[in-house]
Design a protein around this ligand. Structure first.
Ligand code: FPP
Length: 244
Protein backbone atom coordinates (compact mmCIF):
# COMPACT_ATOMS: atom_id res chain seq x y z
CA UNK A 1 0.00 0.00 0.00
CA UNK A 2 1.49 3.38 -0.99
CA UNK A 3 1.11 5.80 1.86
CA UNK A 4 0.41 9.47 1.35
CA UNK A 5 3.49 11.56 2.20
CA UNK A 6 1.43 14.29 3.84
CA UNK A 7 -1.69 13.81 5.93
CA UNK A 8 -3.61 16.72 7.39
CA UNK A 9 -6.16 16.18 10.15
CA UNK A 10 -9.13 18.22 11.34
CA UNK A 11 -9.38 16.90 14.90
CA UNK A 12 -13.11 17.45 15.41
CA UNK A 13 -15.56 16.25 18.04
CA UNK A 14 -13.75 16.81 21.34
CA UNK A 15 -16.71 18.72 22.79
CA UNK A 16 -19.28 16.11 21.74
CA UNK A 17 -17.05 13.31 23.06
CA UNK A 18 -16.99 15.04 26.46
CA UNK A 19 -20.71 15.83 26.41
CA UNK A 20 -21.62 12.22 25.65
CA UNK A 21 -19.79 11.26 28.85
CA UNK A 22 -21.21 14.06 30.98
CA UNK A 23 -17.75 15.67 31.18
CA UNK A 24 -16.67 19.31 30.71
CA UNK A 25 -15.46 20.23 27.21
CA UNK A 26 -11.88 20.59 28.43
CA UNK A 27 -11.87 16.85 29.22
CA UNK A 28 -12.55 16.25 25.52
CA UNK A 29 -9.65 18.48 24.52
CA UNK A 30 -7.36 16.69 27.00
CA UNK A 31 -8.38 13.31 25.57
CA UNK A 32 -7.79 14.86 22.13
CA UNK A 33 -4.17 15.55 23.04
CA UNK A 34 -3.78 11.85 23.96
CA UNK A 35 -5.16 10.82 20.57
CA UNK A 36 -2.75 13.26 18.90
CA UNK A 37 0.20 11.71 20.76
CA UNK A 38 -0.79 8.23 19.54
CA UNK A 39 -1.12 9.37 15.94
CA UNK A 40 2.24 11.18 16.01
CA UNK A 41 3.89 8.00 17.33
CA UNK A 42 2.22 5.80 14.69
CA UNK A 43 2.73 8.08 11.65
CA UNK A 44 6.40 7.41 10.78
CA UNK A 45 5.84 3.62 10.84
CA UNK A 46 3.04 4.10 8.31
CA UNK A 47 5.29 5.89 5.84
CA UNK A 48 3.95 9.37 6.59
CA UNK A 49 6.52 12.17 6.33
CA UNK A 50 4.34 15.21 7.09
CA UNK A 51 1.45 15.40 9.54
CA UNK A 52 -0.49 18.64 9.86
CA UNK A 53 -3.02 19.06 12.67
CA UNK A 54 -5.63 21.79 13.11
CA UNK A 55 -5.16 22.63 16.79
CA UNK A 56 -6.69 26.13 17.02
CA UNK A 57 -8.42 28.02 14.24
CA UNK A 58 -8.53 31.78 13.84
CA UNK A 59 -12.30 31.41 14.43
CA UNK A 60 -11.84 29.56 17.75
CA UNK A 61 -11.36 32.91 19.54
CA UNK A 62 -15.15 33.25 19.48
CA UNK A 63 -15.49 30.37 21.98
CA UNK A 64 -16.02 31.15 25.67
CA UNK A 65 -12.95 32.74 27.27
CA UNK A 66 -12.46 29.76 29.58
CA UNK A 67 -12.32 27.31 26.65
CA UNK A 68 -9.87 29.51 24.73
CA UNK A 69 -7.68 29.63 27.81
CA UNK A 70 -7.96 25.82 28.24
CA UNK A 71 -6.82 25.29 24.64
CA UNK A 72 -3.89 27.71 25.09
CA UNK A 73 -2.96 25.88 28.30
CA UNK A 74 -3.08 22.49 26.56
CA UNK A 75 -0.78 23.70 23.80
CA UNK A 76 1.71 24.97 26.37
CA UNK A 77 1.51 21.69 28.28
CA UNK A 78 1.90 19.67 25.06
CA UNK A 79 5.05 21.55 24.06
CA UNK A 80 6.55 21.52 27.56
CA UNK A 81 5.83 17.84 28.19
CA UNK A 82 6.28 16.34 24.74
CA UNK A 83 8.99 18.43 23.09
CA UNK A 84 11.86 16.33 24.46
CA UNK A 85 10.19 13.09 23.32
CA UNK A 86 9.38 14.53 19.89
CA UNK A 87 12.95 15.73 19.52
CA UNK A 88 14.21 12.30 20.62
CA UNK A 89 12.07 10.69 17.91
CA UNK A 90 13.62 12.98 15.29
CA UNK A 91 10.36 14.89 14.77
CA UNK A 92 10.66 18.33 13.21
CA UNK A 93 8.04 20.79 14.45
CA UNK A 94 6.66 23.57 12.21
CA UNK A 95 3.92 25.96 13.20
CA UNK A 96 1.54 27.63 10.75
CA UNK A 97 -0.93 30.42 11.51
CA UNK A 98 -0.82 34.03 12.62
CA UNK A 99 1.64 34.39 15.52
CA UNK A 100 1.36 38.15 15.87
CA UNK A 101 -1.78 38.03 18.00
CA UNK A 102 -0.62 35.21 20.29
CA UNK A 103 0.59 35.82 23.85
CA UNK A 104 4.38 36.25 24.00
CA UNK A 105 4.87 33.12 26.16
CA UNK A 106 3.04 30.94 23.62
CA UNK A 107 4.96 32.52 20.74
CA UNK A 108 8.28 31.83 22.36
CA UNK A 109 7.32 28.22 23.16
CA UNK A 110 6.35 27.65 19.52
CA UNK A 111 9.60 29.23 18.37
CA UNK A 112 11.56 27.10 20.84
CA UNK A 113 9.94 23.92 19.46
CA UNK A 114 10.78 24.93 15.89
CA UNK A 115 14.34 25.96 16.69
CA UNK A 116 15.19 22.89 18.75
CA UNK A 117 13.90 20.47 16.09
CA UNK A 118 14.84 22.36 12.91
CA UNK A 119 17.57 19.91 11.84
CA UNK A 120 15.57 16.75 12.57
CA UNK A 121 14.90 14.56 9.58
CA UNK A 122 12.06 12.35 10.80
CA UNK A 123 8.35 13.18 10.69
CA UNK A 124 7.51 16.86 10.20
CA UNK A 125 4.68 17.73 12.60
CA UNK A 126 2.94 20.89 11.40
CA UNK A 127 0.81 22.47 14.11
CA UNK A 128 -1.85 24.82 12.74
CA UNK A 129 -2.37 27.24 15.60
CA UNK A 130 -4.37 30.47 15.30
CA UNK A 131 -4.64 29.32 11.71
CA UNK A 132 -7.25 30.16 9.09
CA UNK A 133 -6.87 29.46 5.38
CA UNK A 134 -8.34 32.81 4.31
CA UNK A 135 -6.18 34.69 6.81
CA UNK A 136 -3.08 32.86 5.54
CA UNK A 137 -3.96 33.80 1.94
CA UNK A 138 -4.49 37.46 2.90
CA UNK A 139 -1.13 37.53 4.72
CA UNK A 140 0.53 36.03 1.64
CA UNK A 141 -1.06 38.72 -0.55
CA UNK A 142 0.34 41.37 1.81
CA UNK A 143 3.84 39.86 1.57
CA UNK A 144 3.72 39.77 -2.23
CA UNK A 145 2.32 43.31 -2.36
CA UNK A 146 5.28 44.50 -0.25
CA UNK A 147 7.65 42.74 -2.67
CA UNK A 148 5.94 44.49 -5.59
CA UNK A 149 6.18 47.88 -3.84
CA UNK A 150 9.88 47.29 -3.24
CA UNK A 151 10.32 46.47 -6.93
CA UNK A 152 11.45 42.91 -6.16
CA UNK A 153 8.83 41.36 -8.43
CA UNK A 154 6.47 42.59 -11.13
CA UNK A 155 2.74 41.78 -10.70
CA UNK A 156 2.57 39.92 -14.03
CA UNK A 157 5.55 37.75 -12.97
CA UNK A 158 3.79 36.38 -9.89
CA UNK A 159 3.36 32.65 -10.52
CA UNK A 160 1.63 29.87 -8.61
CA UNK A 161 4.92 28.82 -6.99
CA UNK A 162 5.60 32.41 -5.81
CA UNK A 163 2.21 32.46 -4.13
CA UNK A 164 2.80 29.05 -2.53
CA UNK A 165 6.17 30.27 -1.24
CA UNK A 166 4.49 33.26 0.45
CA UNK A 167 2.16 30.99 2.44
CA UNK A 168 2.95 29.71 5.96
CA UNK A 169 3.41 26.23 4.46
CA UNK A 170 6.31 27.32 2.24
CA UNK A 171 8.55 24.30 1.62
CA UNK A 172 5.92 21.79 2.82
CA UNK A 173 4.30 19.64 0.11
CA UNK A 174 0.52 19.88 -0.30
CA UNK A 175 -1.45 17.34 1.75
CA UNK A 176 -2.29 14.18 -0.19
CA UNK A 177 -5.02 13.31 2.27
CA UNK A 178 -7.19 15.39 4.60
CA UNK A 179 -8.97 13.49 7.36
CA UNK A 180 -11.80 14.98 9.40
CA UNK A 181 -13.28 13.19 12.37
CA UNK A 182 -16.74 13.47 13.99
CA UNK A 183 -18.74 12.95 10.80
CA UNK A 184 -18.74 16.61 9.71
CA UNK A 185 -17.95 16.96 6.02
CA UNK A 186 -16.35 20.34 5.36
CA UNK A 187 -12.92 21.99 5.35
CA UNK A 188 -13.72 24.80 7.81
CA UNK A 189 -11.07 27.19 6.49
CA UNK A 190 -8.28 24.58 6.73
CA UNK A 191 -5.49 24.60 4.11
CA UNK A 192 -7.77 26.15 1.47
CA UNK A 193 -4.99 26.65 -1.09
CA UNK A 194 -3.01 23.52 -0.24
CA UNK A 195 -5.96 21.09 -0.29
CA UNK A 196 -6.84 21.88 -3.92
CA UNK A 197 -6.18 18.27 -4.99
CA UNK A 198 -6.24 16.47 -1.63
CA UNK A 199 -8.32 13.37 -1.15
CA UNK A 200 -10.82 13.82 1.67
CA UNK A 201 -11.73 11.12 4.15
CA UNK A 202 -14.45 11.69 6.74
CA UNK A 203 -14.37 9.44 9.77
CA UNK A 204 -17.50 9.20 11.95
CA UNK A 205 -15.77 8.82 15.34
CA UNK A 206 -15.00 11.77 17.60
CA UNK A 207 -11.33 12.82 17.65
CA UNK A 208 -10.52 11.47 21.17
CA UNK A 209 -11.58 7.99 19.96
CA UNK A 210 -9.38 8.17 16.85
CA UNK A 211 -6.60 5.57 16.94
CA UNK A 212 -3.86 4.23 14.72
CA UNK A 213 -6.40 1.62 13.50
CA UNK A 214 -8.61 4.45 12.14
CA UNK A 215 -5.52 5.95 10.52
CA UNK A 216 -4.69 2.66 8.80
CA UNK A 217 -8.32 2.43 7.61
CA UNK A 218 -8.12 5.97 6.17
CA UNK A 219 -4.87 5.04 4.40
CA UNK A 220 -6.62 2.01 2.86
CA UNK A 221 -9.41 4.25 1.65
CA UNK A 222 -6.81 6.64 0.18
CA UNK A 223 -4.99 3.77 -1.56
CA UNK A 224 -8.20 2.91 -3.41
CA UNK A 225 -8.61 6.40 -4.85
CA UNK A 226 -7.34 7.43 -8.25
CA UNK A 227 -5.83 10.91 -8.19
CA UNK A 228 -6.11 12.74 -11.50
CA UNK A 229 -5.04 16.32 -10.63
CA UNK A 230 -7.38 17.63 -13.32
CA UNK A 231 -6.06 15.19 -15.95
CA UNK A 232 -7.42 11.86 -17.16
CA UNK A 233 -7.36 8.54 -15.35
CA UNK A 234 -4.42 6.40 -16.52
CA UNK A 235 -6.91 4.07 -18.28
CA UNK A 236 -8.58 6.99 -20.10
CA UNK A 237 -5.20 8.49 -21.03
CA UNK A 238 -4.12 5.24 -22.71
CA UNK A 239 -7.46 4.87 -24.58
CA UNK A 240 -7.33 8.49 -25.71
CA UNK A 241 -3.70 8.12 -26.93
CA UNK A 242 -4.62 4.93 -28.84
CA UNK A 243 -7.63 6.62 -30.46
CA UNK A 244 -5.47 9.40 -31.93
C1 FPP B 1 -12.53 20.46 17.67
O1 FPP B 1 -13.40 19.88 18.59
C2 FPP B 1 -11.21 20.57 18.23
C3 FPP B 1 -10.60 21.75 18.53
C4 FPP B 1 -11.23 23.07 18.36
C5 FPP B 1 -9.27 21.78 19.09
C6 FPP B 1 -8.40 20.60 18.79
C7 FPP B 1 -7.41 20.54 19.87
C8 FPP B 1 -6.87 19.45 20.41
C9 FPP B 1 -7.04 18.07 19.92
C10 FPP B 1 -6.00 19.56 21.59
C11 FPP B 1 -5.03 20.68 21.55
C12 FPP B 1 -3.96 20.47 20.55
C13 FPP B 1 -2.65 20.64 20.85
C14 FPP B 1 -1.62 20.53 19.80
C15 FPP B 1 -2.24 20.90 22.20
P1 FPP B 1 -14.68 20.75 19.05
O2 FPP B 1 -14.32 21.39 20.33
O3 FPP B 1 -15.09 21.69 17.97
O4 FPP B 1 -15.72 19.60 19.24
P2 FPP B 1 -17.30 19.71 19.02
O5 FPP B 1 -17.51 20.07 17.57
O6 FPP B 1 -17.76 18.33 19.33
O7 FPP B 1 -17.80 20.75 19.96
Amino acid sequence: MTSPAHIAIIMDGNGRWAKSRGLPRVAGHRAGVEALRDVVRAAPGLGISFLTVYAFSSENWSRPKSEVSDLMGLLKLFIRRDLAELHGQGVRVRVIGDRESLQPDIRSLLEEAETLTRHNTGLTLVIAFNYGGRDEIVRAVRKLSEAVLQGKIQPHDIAVHDFAAALDTSGIPDPDLVIRTSGEQRLSNFLLWQAAYSELVFVPCYWPDFSSAHLVEALRDFAGRERRFGGLSSQEAVSSALAR
